[in-house]
Design a protein around this ligand. Structure first.
Ligand code: CA
Length: 357
């Protein structure tokens, strides 16, 4: 039965031009073809190239026994249909971020990032060693999808502004592109959050259609030329303090794999999770240097009272999300418990060290 399932699934996974070629036996010669759909434009710096790296790693490490072909957003399915495509088995894998599926699974947002929540190192630790990944798997289980952490943007920037932010009053009426939970927080502070795809940010900011936008961090922001469209570059990215990116795998396709290939897929995700995090750290600091020293960008910190207000509102928004359903509460409780403990430890380790070095 198991073998028959495997053959069936392997043939579903095969990219065919005309006829379906099912492997006759499960052996080291078996060639499995997987499609990976992504929420990123093809080859998008770090995010899209990280997805490419994941595909290449799986292909290389399995010596071609699994061949993964990557599709950019819109090539096979639109960005926001990646989850459904993997759930249906149209694609065997996907790469994106959990908060994109909030319309379907609101509590999934906890697995990407939470305003004023954990940073990259803390999130990854919660997922791998604090029970986070088990909860994530439980959350996607009804959809036949297995998630894995596969990248992290690290702390983002607050964004590009054409209006100075000197007090909480300046948030009132501020028209800003800021999606997700951060957008809800801005709304409660009196601002107007708008959601625009990345490709429209530059023009909207330049034309004055929006007063501000967040995007990612110095590396991606510089590539978009946002410094040519706004006067001030504010930090820190309170709304996305360490966004986890995800790889999602069709459960049937994964379960049909022999143990060695399962291990490779699992570990390739871990490698990419770490690599992408380090790539952001390395590239953001050189890009920040370019923005400041070459383009003379005015980099500013959001005032303390503005950050306090945003934090207070974030706590409301996040607790409300937790109270939406039982599953959300369970995830929030686990997240929060880990967050409190790791914060107490980081207070006397990473944080103090940052301050004294
Ligand atoms: Ca962002």
């Amino acid at each position: 039965m198991k073998r028959r399932d495997f053959i069936k699934n392997a043939s579903i996974g095969a990219v065919t031009t005309g006829s379906v070629v099912a492997p006759a036996i499960v052996s080291a010669d078996t060639k499995i073809k997987w499609k990976m759909v992504t929420t990123w434009p093809k080859n998008f710096p770090v995010l899209g190239t990280g997805a490419n790296q994941l595909a290449d790693l799986i292909t290389e490490m399995t010596d071609g026994r699994i061949k993964v072909k990557v599709y950019g957003a819109g090539e096979l399915v639109p960005a926001f249909e990646v989850f459904d495509a993997v759930s249906r088995g149209t694609a065997q894998m996907g790469h994106g971020a959990a908060y994109y599926w909030k319309g379907k699974i609101e509590e999934a947002q906890f697995f990407s990032t939470v305003p004023f929540g954990m940073n990259a190192q803390e999130m990854t630790s919660w997922l791998y060693y604090g029970g986070g990944l088990e909860l994530w798997r439980e959350t996607y289980e009804p959809f036949g999808v297995i998630p894995a952490a596969a990248g992290n943007t690290t702390v983002q920037m607050a964004g590009w502004f054409n209006k100075e932010i000197n007090s909480t009053k300046d948030l009132k009426g501020l028209k800003m592109r800021i999606p997700g939970l951060g957008g809800e927080v801005l709304k409660r502070a009196g601002g107007t959050p708008v959601n625009l795809p990345g490709g429209e940010l530059f023009t909207s900011l330049k034309s004055g259609a929006i007063d501000a936008t967040e995007w990612v961090g110095p590396y991606n922001d510089l590539a978009f030329g946002l410094h040519k469209a706004a006067k001030y570059y504010y930090y820190p990215g309170w709304h996305e303090p360490g966004t986890t990116l995800e790889a999602i795998i069709n459960k049937k396709s994964f379960e049909a794999l022999p143990a060695d290939l399962k291990s490779i897929v699992d570990n390739a995700c871990k490698i990419v999770n770490q690599n992408m995090t380090m790539e952001y750290v390395a590239k953001n600091n050189t890009a920040l240097d370019t923005l400041i020293n070459k383009h003379k960008v005015d980099v500013r910190k959001l005032p303390d009272d503005v950050l306090s207000k945003l934090k207070e509102l974030s706590n409301d928004v996040v607790s409300e999300l937790a109270s939406k359903n039982k599953a959300a509460q369970k995830i929030y409780d686990s997240y929060n418990k880990f967050y409190k403990q790791v914060s107490a430890w980081n207070e006397i380790s990473e944080k103090i060290y940052f301050n004294i070095r």
